[in-house]
Design a protein around this ligand. Structure first.
Ligand code: OAD
Length: 434
């Protein structure tokens, strides 16, 4: 494991002082082209708090840390290699919930389902024991039901203008592709629904078959070995795709970094914005400030709704009509609900379905836990050889984020970074490439 990787691997276990100007002194920033990810700064990333830059510190590249200055910079041809980093917030206006927004986020809504902890629905060891919650959600989230948002079309516009170096997305909804961003420009850091395979023998599984199973809310089994089949979404406890590791130093070559709709909570993705050089402008388009964004000399914050933010930026660049035109092309032609925005239709459908889904999921989880408990008692009573131990069973009573860690490698597992003061005892990890 090289130094770069070793440093990343340590993230999530160590909490170092916040990223700020050294000693709080203005003008103490590093010279141009120095990576933000030098060892001392690499620990101050993700959603661990960082101090907003002191207003007295001048920008290095932009004339000012404003939307207007940024758009002038772009219009003046100073930008040709943009790296975009996105999360679930860019798809919420399509009707897909994000993960961590209070009340509306996916995890807040799964908490009542007696999962041992909300993220268990995307945890590989939990999936092995109980794949039904994931498949119930997959039915809900499966691509094809949702229209790309104007934020997705904005990324496509950057590509059409020859400005997009790479899009790193944590999303599994494939909406960037649907908006027309080409495959070779996208790094799906947490995988996607685009492919599926057996978790035991890795045999690829036919798309038509998984579509049918997901539509029928059934659990697909490998045609070769009968193992569980899973879309190639990266679950906690699994490695990120090799493609992520191949490209993760690309932000160092960017001349603009745009971060949108992510809480920057999950590593190693959360550290990507910090791979840009100190002097490279970074833009955050998000409901709130996240990670180290806002602490750099050339960070511009466009806080609020993503779609509003990209419209503002496009307008300032003189691209708004073009953007609206591109987005209009993504409108579904045969929803049967002509005249209604797809987002509205999807949201209404989703609301109607959600109750059914939750009822069914609750029943499935209850049933599994009942069987689990029955099995546990049977093992205890009959001392069956080779049976699961109590510690292997889901804990039905633990619905909070506290409790034992489901898995934690001693070597190189990566995981969440938590907002200070909100860090649960449990730390769920995503694996790192070995
Ligand atoms: P989160 O739910 O953690 O964060 C979404 C961010 O987008 C938050 O900062 C929201 O405030 C913001 N947001 C939501 N709607 C928005 C809107 N309309 N406009 C602007 N901002 C908005 O989602 P991610 O950061 O994507 O992993 O989560 C990262 C990973 O955690 C996911 O990939 C997923 C999850 O566990 C998986 O393995 C599936």
């Amino acid at each position: 494991m090289n130094l770069f990787r070793s440093v990343i691997a340590a993230i999530g276990r160590k909490h170092k002082p916040h990223r700020s100007q050294a000693g709080g002194k203005p003008n103490s920033h590093n010279p141009k082209n120095k990576w933000r990810c030098s060892v001392g700064r690499f620990f101050n990333m993700g959603n661990e708090e960082s101090s907003p830059i002191d207003e007295s510190v001048p920008p290095q590249t932009l004339p000012a840390r404003t939307l207007e200055a940024l758009s002038d910079h772009i219009k003046n041809g100073k930008v040709s290699r943009i790296v975009v980093m996105t999360g679930a917030g860019i798809s919420t206006s399509a009707g897909i919930p994000d993960f961590r927004s209070p009340d509306t986020g996916l995890y807040a809504n799964l908490a009542r389902l007696n999962l041992p902890y909300a993220e268990a629905v995307f945890d590989i060891s939990y999936f092995r024991k109980n794949p039904m919650p994931f498949y119930t959600l997959a039915h809900e989230l499966y691509p094809g039901k949702y229209r790309p948002t104007i934020t997705h079309s904005f990324i496509r516009l950057l590509h059409d203008k020859g400005l997009l170096l790479k899009l790193f997305t944590q999303n599994i909804d494939c909406l960037e592709r649907e908006a027309g961003v080409p495959d070779d420009k996208i790094v799906e850091a947490h995988g996607s629904f685009a492919r599926q395979s057996c978790i035991e023998c890795s045999e690829p599984y036919p798309e038509a078959d998984i579509k049918r199973h997901i539509a029928d809310k059934e659990i697909p089994r490998c045609h070769q070995c009968k193992g569980l089949v899973k879309p190639e979404i990266v679950f906690f406890g699994e490695q990120l795709p090799a493609e992520f590791f191949r490209h993760r130093s690309l932000p160092a070559e960017a001349d603009l970094c745009i971060v949108m709709g992510t809480s920057l909570t999950v590593q190693p993705f959360a550290s990507l914005p910090d791979v840009t050089p100190d002097s490279t402008p970074r833009v955050l388009i998000n409901k709130e400030r996240v990670g180290s964004l806002g602490s750099g000399t050339d960070d511009v914050l466009i806080l609020g709704d993503c779609d509003d933010g990209v419209r503002k930026l496009a307008n300032a660049c003189g691209w708004l009509d073009e953007l609206e035109g591109l987005w209009a092309k993504t409108a579904p032609k045969d929803t049967g609900e002509l005249g209604k925005p797809a987002a509205e239709v999807a949201k209404r459908d989703k609301d109607e379905q959600l109750e059914d889904e939750i009822d069914k999921l609750t029943k499935d989880v209850d049933e599994t836990l009942r069987l689990s408990k029955w099995h546990e008692e049977k093992v205890r009573d009959e001392k069956l050889p080779g049976s699961a131990t109590k510690s292997d069973q889901p804990k039905s009573s633990d619905t909070t984020s506290s409790g034992d860690r489901p898995h934690e490698d001693s070597d190189g597992n990566l995981g969440h970074v938590f907002v200070q003061g909100q860090k649960p005892d449990r730390r769920v990890m995503k694996g790192e490439e070995t």
